[in-house]
Design a protein around this ligand. Structure first.
Ligand code: NZQ
Ligand code: ZN
Length: 389
């Protein structure tokens, strides 16, 4: 068991109609002027933004708003948000949306309290000294941003997509109503499932793990697959959407790997380059990379992890030879993603071989995968990308 410290200050308010408590929660957490942030319009069309405004109004708290936060949010949108905060005197952020809205809000929260370039904070050149409080209302189950202190911001000019963390950026409160996710498309439901599954795997496939963590991770993976199938069959299945939401929420704040050694999160490192260069959907990129990465790292050294994964997650016959169990486990992983209609080749999401060398180099230089659970060189990364085409 590796030493660790764990800090997780976010309140969850989970269940139906919880947006009606937004105003009261904003007041409880000290809001004097709220900035409401949302994405490309789904939260407006569903009526959620209207209901949230009514709840804030009912507390007499003034607000401003900024919409138009796109998937894979950019530093440009972060700067726009910081300018708005400064111009309006807002002291509190209400992020309504999926991971992209939450992540952009986190970068704004820290950037608004920093006089220099917000990119300094994202790239860890400077440590944030303060951040605005954030309450979020999650509308898409996937990233776990609602329970972690991380954000992922892209800078298109340099093909960077950087995940950064700061304990100042935990939302003070996450409002989680599974009914808000009823309208999530099949594509985003499947991608969200793949993202959350990969968050679990990035913690499960590590050199040192515990029986406790292994058991929770295996249950998470089974629950994610079972509930994703139900959500896709019936998008308004409350129980399935609710379990999906909570499974995803646990994914990213480290609670699944307390005491484990760090894996290096290799699939995320590779995928972030794909979505930086090609602006693809994060969960789809992960689903494509994951089985190829698994096949690449399967060896004498790692086989026992794959055997355990195969038996406990997919119910593969434990009496089969180890190599057969491991290979079946990887095949099952691929087949599950395929069965929920995720495109399983990079070419299907618009990525050809023209920039593979460039991306492999970028990942090798920037992501530290030489220290991953199974270290990956530039050549290894290139091979995984080529296999994924
Ligand atoms: O923009 P709107 O109109 O709201 O539409 C969004 C967007 O087009 C739509 N959507 C969201 N809620 C909906 C809905 N459509 C209908 N009904 C609803 N209730 O879904 C589309 C995708 O939204 P987005 O927020 O981009 O998806 P997701 O939650 O998967 O977030 C992806 C981003 O999070 C980052 C990813 O890299 C990517 O940039 N990540 C953040 C992490 C974190 N903070 O911990 C960890 C992850 O590994 C990930 O890297
Ligand atoms: Zn992810």
């Amino acid at each position: 068991m590796i030493d660790f410290s764990f800090y997780s200050p976010t309140e969850f308010v989970f269940g139906r109609n919880t947006e009606t408590r937004t105003g009261a929660l904003a007041r409880q957490y000290g809001a004097k002027k709220v900035m409401i942030l949302y994405g490309g319009g789904s939260a407006v069309r569903s009526g959620l933004i209207g209901r949230v405004k009514a709840s804030i109004d009912s507390e007499g708290i003034p607000y401003i708003e900024m919409g138009g936060i796109q998937p894979n949010p950019t530093d440009g949108k972060v700067r726009e948000g910081i300018d708005l905060v400064r111009g309006s005197g807002a002291d509190f952020l209400l992020a309504v949306g999926g991971g992209s809205v939450l992540d952009c809000s986190k970068a704004i929260a820290a950037g608004a309290k920093y006089d220099g370039d917000p990119w300094d904070l994202i790239t860890y050149k400077v440590k944030a000294q303060a951040a605005l409080p954030i309450v979020d209302i999650l509308t898409l189950a996937a990233t776990g941003s609602e329970y972690d202190c991380g954000g992922v911001i892209s800078r298109t000019e340099t093909n960077d997509k950087i995940g950064y963390m700061d304990s100042l950026l935990f939302p003070v409160c996450s409002i989680l109503d599974p009914t808000y996710t009823f309208s999530v498309s099949k594509k985003q439901t499947a991608a969200g499932c793949a993202d959350a599954m990969n968050h679990v795997m990035e913690q499960y496939f590590a050199a040192d793990t515990t029986l406790l963590n292994d058991g929770i991770c295996e249950a998470e993976l089974r629950a994610l697959m079972a509930n994703a199938r139900k959500c896709l069959a019936n998008p308004k299945d409350y129980t399935a959407r609710a379990e999906m939401m909570l499974c995803c929420t646990y994914g990213c704040n480290g609670i699944l790997s307390l005491g484990n050694s760090y894996s290096g999160w290799p699939c995320h490192a590779i995928e972030h380059a794909l979505s930086a260069y090609y602006d693809i959907t994060h969960g789809e990129g992960l689903a494509i990379i994951t089985p190829r990465w698994m096949r690449h790292i399967l060896s004498e050294k790692t086989i026992d992890r794959f055997v355990k994964y195969g038996i406990n997650v997919f119910g593969i016959d434990a009496s089969l030879p180890k190599q057969e169990i491991a290979e079946k486990a990887i095949d099952e992983t691929y087949r599950f993603f395929e069965s929920i209609n995720i495109p399983m080749h990079l070419r299907e999401v618009g990525i050809d071989d023209s920039r593979i060398d460039e991306m492999a180099h970028h990942i090798a230089v920037n992501e530290g995968l030489d220290k991953a659970y199974v270290p990956l060189s530039e050549q290894d990364i290139k091979k995984i990308l080529v296999e994924s085409l």
